[in-house]
Design a protein around this ligand. Structure first.
Ligand code: URA
Length: 424
């Protein structure tokens, strides 16, 4: 493969064939194409973009860099969900066991925190003993036994993404819709899925701050997903305030357990049920979205989703009976009276990182017990001195986190319009 020619072609706005993309990815994974050439190519893609055919070709090339999950005959339909990441977004922790309870097989390969957004694996590791480094054979076995499994990417599964993502992370080429699409979908298609729902976040705590960008990403993911043989339904949801009350790791697991027990914050329950209903409709388990919603609510309220969660945790070595307590709590109060008009949600995520609940460099070790509980939501009236958040802190970052939260909460004289949770 003439890598220089491919870089020039993309730099000048040309398009690649499937064979060219396959050769590029094969050469990169084999170590024949150096990082500096792939960086130049990724930057050319960042500026010039790729059409749907090229993006599908790249996704396929990445998919073929590793193994794919093989499902024995008799395995129920495979479903999964991907979220583009948000603050307080613990939906996967509830949705995976809920889908298992509805009869699907859910082999969820999850990620760690990225930027200000938390990661499912980091949250699950608040459970003592919980293993997130399963081999592919164990992923299949546990998914079949418990109905769901949640684990990390291994070098067996899409090694091309592991290598390319690490390169993009340090070359300013993460926010490219075709590169994001290929990265996400290569991993999802490798799971051997029948259906995938996408929760594309939009707002001050999301990677896409406006509806136009979020919509473009959703459209790219759906059209490329369909070309690779996975039924996809994408939804835009609001991330202009944290999802639920809790932001952190252990505290988000505790809140997820409340939702699994039929309680918890209304927004977490609503979004989880909506995405479950999307899967039911997509894979023919319900005739209408409404029917999907009531089946999902019944499953959640029956305790079946909670039992599935407990089975999965047990199968992955976790001990829910040994959960620690959250770190010591202190309150943050409103500096003035008014209405909560806006939240800089990304700063709320940064506050958790300051407390040690997320990473600034890859080698940072997470304190799972730290986090926040938000006591107000957009549109709420507040009085000066009223508690607006609780902070669970150990020995680091308390002052910085407090300042970040006070900055993040914009209190105005007039009530502002609150975006709906479900956008499109
Ligand atoms: N998540 C991924 O897995 N890949 C991206 O490129 C962005 C978010």
């Amino acid at each position: 493969v003439n890598t220089v020619r491919l870089i020039q072609q993309k730099r000048d706005g040309g398009r690649h064939t499937d064979d060219e993309l396959a050769a590029l990815i094969r050469g990169y994974v084999a170590g024949e194409i150096p990082d500096y050439q792939l960086s130049a190519w990724a930057m050319a893609v960042y500026f010039r973009g790729m059409d749907v055919d090229e993006t599908a070709g790249l996704t396929r090339a990445m998919l073929e860099s590793g193994e794919q999950l093989k499902w024995p005959a008799g395995t129920t339909l495979r479903a999964d969900k991907h979220s583009t990441g948000g603050v307080g977004d613990k939906i996967s922790l509830v949705l995976a066991p809920l889908l298992a309870g509805l009869g699907f097989t859910v082999p969820m390969i999850s990620g760690r925190g990225l930027g200000a957004t938390g990661g499912t694996l980091d949250k699950l590791e608040s459970i003592p003993g919980f293993r997130t480094d399963l081999a592919l054979a164990d992923v299949v076995r546990i998914a079949r036994e418990a109905g769901c499994v949640m684990t990390g990417q291994t070098s067996q599964l899409v090694p091309a993404d592991k290598k390319l993502y690490a390169l993009r992370d340090v070359t300013g080429t993460v926010p490219s819709i075709p590169l994001i699409t290929a990265s996400i979908l290569s991993k999802k298609v490798a799971e051997g899925l029948d259906g995938l729902v996408l929760d594309v976040k939009c707002g001050s705590g999301a990677f896409m701050k406006d509806v136009r960008g979020a919509r473009a990403l959703a459209e790219s993911l759906s059209s490329v997903g369909s070309r690779l043989g996975v039924k996809v339904r994408a939804r835009l949801s609001d991330m202009s305030q944290p999802l639920g009350r809790m932001v952190g790791n252990l505290v988000e697991v505790l809140e997820s357990l409340e939702v699994l027990a039929g309680g918890g914050p209304a927004d977490v329950r609503q979004l989880t049920l909506t995405l479950a209903a999307d899967v039911c409709l997509l894979l023919g388990a319900a005739g209408s979205h409404h029917e999907g919603l009531s089946k999902s609510a019944a499953c959640l309220d029956s305790g079946e989703a909670l039992r599935r969660f407990e089975r999965m945790v047990g199968a992955q070595g976790g001990r829910l009976d040994k959960l620690a307590a959250a770190a010591p709590m202190s309150e943050i109060v409103a500096p003035r009276s008014g209405y909560v008009a806006r939240m800089e949600t990304e700063s709320i995520g940064q506050a958790v990182i300051a407390l040690g609940g997320g990473r600034r460099v890859m080698s940072d070790v997470i304190d799972h017990r730290v986090g926040l509980e938000m006591l107000c939501r957009l549109g709420d009236p507040v009085r000066a001195g009223q508690p607006v958040a609780r902070m669970f802190a150990l020995d680091r970052g308390g002052k910085e986190a407090r300042a970040l939260i006070l900055e993040a909460l914009v209190i105005a004289d007039e009530p502002a319009e609150v975006p709906p949770l479900l956008l499109e």
